[in-house]
Design a protein around this ligand. Structure first.
Ligand SMILES: Cc1cc2nc3c(=O)[nH]c(=O)nc-3n(C[C@H](O)[C@H](O)[C@H](O)COP(=O)(O)OP(=O)(O)OC[C@H]3O[C@@H](n4cnc5c(N)ncnc54)[C@H](O)[C@@H]3O)c2cc1C
Length: 309
């Protein structure tokens, strides 16, 4: 990028001298910033301060947040504290946005147990269609997976950091970011893809695979058992149906109620075993006229290989 001069405009100082703060009992620090507590109270009990003059993060959105907290606390006597989850954006190209702990800060606190997940915008479809497939999203979480910080250095970083700020503020887990549906194709997908990548790596790890194997085996066995008992219930239903429709009458007359005292006792009906002799088709006896071949396992109730009557 060609240029003639660089303007470096850094360093701002609070202008607190000569306005009688000392007379009011308001303490200032060595840089002239007004000392406040989390409720934005100064050392003078009835005086509050907000914004850049407090030497906290010097941003417009911080000053606006301070104003809300200080005004309510001063006027209503409430005890609201300022929010510590403050995002910031550097409007370079691409933008750099950040909230919460950095990876270094998390490593300092939790060492290798800190969780760091990353996605590259080189493969993000919206970044590609925008002609800016560059940058990354980095998520930082505590050892239990609760988000504690995020950095996005990519197109649309300033927009993407809004969702991440809410998630860090509420200590959401990385999994929740992954399971939240993000519209496609958007730049907001970038951080969510980092969460996806974290989950992919977690489930592909040898530890999780070893844990998953027995669970999947048990699920398979249970599924087989469920399917068998469903089949069993279907067979029993079919038997009962055949019994009712045959009811001892070979002429197709209406079924006889089972409670009739003169009904002869019926033999127990095996659920699925094939009979030794299969009557020929068209036999006036019930059951096998439309039955399947012995040994076949049709789910049709009228095809159950059961001899009745
Ligand atoms: C070049 C530049 C770019 C910036 N870009 C961004 C950005 O992109 N995003 C962002 O969030 N922040 C940005 N900031 C920071 C942002 O402007 C400040 O954080 C924000 O304005 C702080 O608001 P404030 O009300 O606390 O103070 P200010 O906006 O500075 O307001 C203080 C007011 O008090 C007045 N005042 C001072 N002394 C006295 C006195 N003795 N008596 C009466 N009045 C007095 C001043 O004249 C001023 O009007 C930028 C700052 C600069 C300098």
């Amino acid at each position: 990028m060609p240029f003639d001069r660089i303007l470096v405009a850094t360093g701002r100082r609070p202008r607190t001298a000569g306005i009688g703060l000392d007379l009011a009992g308001v303490e200032i620090d060595a840089r002239g910033a007004i000392a406040v507590d989390d409720r934005l109270r100064t050392s003078a009990p009835r005086i509050f301060a907000a914004g850049d003059v407090t030497a906290r993060l010097p941003f417009t959105h911080v000053a606006a947040h301070h104003a809300r907290v200080a005004a309510v606390n001063a006027l209503l006597g409430t005890r609201r504290s300022v929010d510590e989850t403050i995002p910031w954006v550097t409007f370079t190209d691409p933008e750099v946005a950040h909230v919460g702990l950095t990876e270094a800060e998390a490593r300092e606190r939790w060492g290798d147990r800190a969780i760091v997940a990353r996605s590259d915008y080189a493969t993000l479809d919206r970044a590609i269609t925008e002609g800016q497939p560059l940058g990354f999203a980095l998520l930082v979480a505590d050892p239990r997976g609760h988000l504690v910080g995020a950095t996005v250095a990519a197109p649309g970083a300033g927009e993407a950091i809004a969702e991440l700020t809410a998630r860090v503020k509420h200590a959401d887990k990385i999994d929740r970011l992954s399971s939240t549906v993000h519209a496609y194709p958007t730049l907001a997908e970038g951080p969510a893809r980092a969460a996806d990548e974290h989950l992919r790596l977690r489930y592909a790890s040898p530890r999780y695979r070893a844990l998953a194997r027995p669970v999947l085996a048990v699920r398979r066995v249970l599924a087989r058992q469920r399917s068998r008992s469903r089949q069993h219930a279907a067979d029993r239903g079919a038997n009962a149906g055949l019994e009712r429709s045959c009811g001892g009458s070979s002429t197709g007359a209406s079924p006889r109620p089972r409670s009739i005292a003169s009904s002869p006792p019926r033999p127990a009906v095996p659920a699925r075993s094939a009979p030794p002799d299969r009557p020929s088709h068209g036999s006036p006896t019930c059951g096998w006229a439309r039955g399947p071949l012995p040994g076949s396992r049709s789910r049709r109730p009228d095809a159950s290989p059961t001899a009745v009557g």
